[in-house]
Design a protein. Structure first.
Ligand SMILES: Cc1cc2nc3c(=O)[nH]c(=O)nc-3n(C[C@H](O)[C@H](O)[C@H](O)COP(=O)(O)OP(=O)(O)OC[C@H]3O[C@@H](n4cnc5c(N)ncnc54)[C@H](O)[C@@H]3O)c2cc1C
Length: 285
């Protein structure tokens, strides 16, 4: 028999003490689950994550020749790895397991026990149908590039870039404007401490500029992201700047000759009903 061909599913419903059983009628749910398509056995236990609970699942896999497991309990974040492990130690591919969250998604958030029981049945029914379609998956190791791309060079992006770079990772910081700094670069003092905004920001901006682990890509945007976690491929568009960045020493000659304004010439700030208008000084001709 191919592992996919003839699903023999076991459903295991956890009480989680009174967390689930205090609201959901567990025996009724188990009885319902036992009649679902391809379900060979349905059982309940006080704490399915405990050693005896795990043993119950393993033994049932053996006794009933199960090839799929559904556990209805808490959130997958909490115990999916536990039950995948149990499924594997029962001799099955760990991905022939499906979790149904009837605690956070049901008993903790549903007042009416009747509604909670109905919802638990619906979720378990969905998990049973889903697990029947699972494919056996294999874990494999692939080489990854431990590099980080950060989009947006405001204070958040700057701080993240420095944190990663200082931990030894290579960072690409992408900023669509000619300079990093974002909103904070436009502020004088910051609420509530009235610290000088530039005093916080500029040392960080300069650290980014000269950090050996950070490649700063200004006037740039991400056009396309493909690949997957650990192996993303990024397509960038870098705007022309008509300056040889390798030779740039910050003399400002390009700024004086640039026909466009880099920052908005006029900025309007609303403070409650008060409107403050700031106008940037015209450039020298
Ligand atoms: C008028 C005003 C007064 C404020 N006063 C205070 C205050 O007193 N105290 C306080 O704590 N906070 C204050 N704030 C809030 C504070 O400025 C912001 O929370 C903070 O600057 C946000 O930082 P950020 O890095 O998340 O975003 P931003 O500063 O907005 O930076 C985002 C950066 O990403 C870039 N970017 C956006 N899209 C792309 C893209 N697709 N590709 C590449 N780059 C991109 C932008 O150009 C920008 O440089 C104020 C905000 C404003 C507007």
């Amino acid at each position: 028999m191919s592992e996919n061909g003839n699903p023999r599913i076991g459903v295991f419903v956890c009480h989680c003490g009174t967390n689930i059983a205090g609201k959901v009628n567990v025996p009724e749910v188990v009885e319902f689950a036992s009649h679902l398509d391809s379900v060979v056995v349905a059982k309940e236990y006080k704490f399915m994550c405990s050693d005896p609970g795990q043993e119950l699942i393993k033994q049932s896999i053996k006794d009933h020749g199960l090839n799929r497991v559904v556990v209805a309990s808490c959130s997958p974040l909490m115990h999916e790895p536990t039950f995948r492990g149990v499924t594997a130690s029962g001799g099955l591919n760990p991905f022939f397991f499906q979790m149904s969250n009837i605690r956070e998604h049901v008993s903790w958030v549903t007042e009416d026990p009747e509604q909670a029981t109905k919802k638990a049945k619906a979720l378990i029914s969905a998990a049973v149908r889903r697990v029947a379609l699972h494919e056996p998956l294999l874990k494999k190791e692939v080489p990854v590039r431990p590099e980080v791309l950060i989009i947006g060079g405001g204070i958040a992006g700057i701080h993240a870039a420095l944190t990663y770079a200082n931990s030894g990772k290579k960072v690409y910081l992408v900023e669509k404007e000619p300079s990093i700094g974002g909103h904070m670069a436009q502020l004088d003092k910051t609420f509530p401490t009235l610290d000088c905004s530039a005093c916080i920001l500029t040392p960080k901006m300069s650290e980014v500029g000269k950090h050996p682990n950070i490649t700063l890509l200004t006037m740039s945007r991400v056009e396309e992201i493909s690949g997957f976690v650990g192996n993303f491929k990024i397509k960038m568009r870098k705007k022309a700047r008509f300056v040889d960045t390798a030779k740039c020493n910050g003399c400002g000659a390009c700024w004086e000759n640039c026909p466009t304004t880099v920052t908005p010439a006029e900025r309007i700030i609303r403070k409650g009903k008060m409107i403050i208008k700031t106008v940037e000084k015209p450039r020298p001709n």
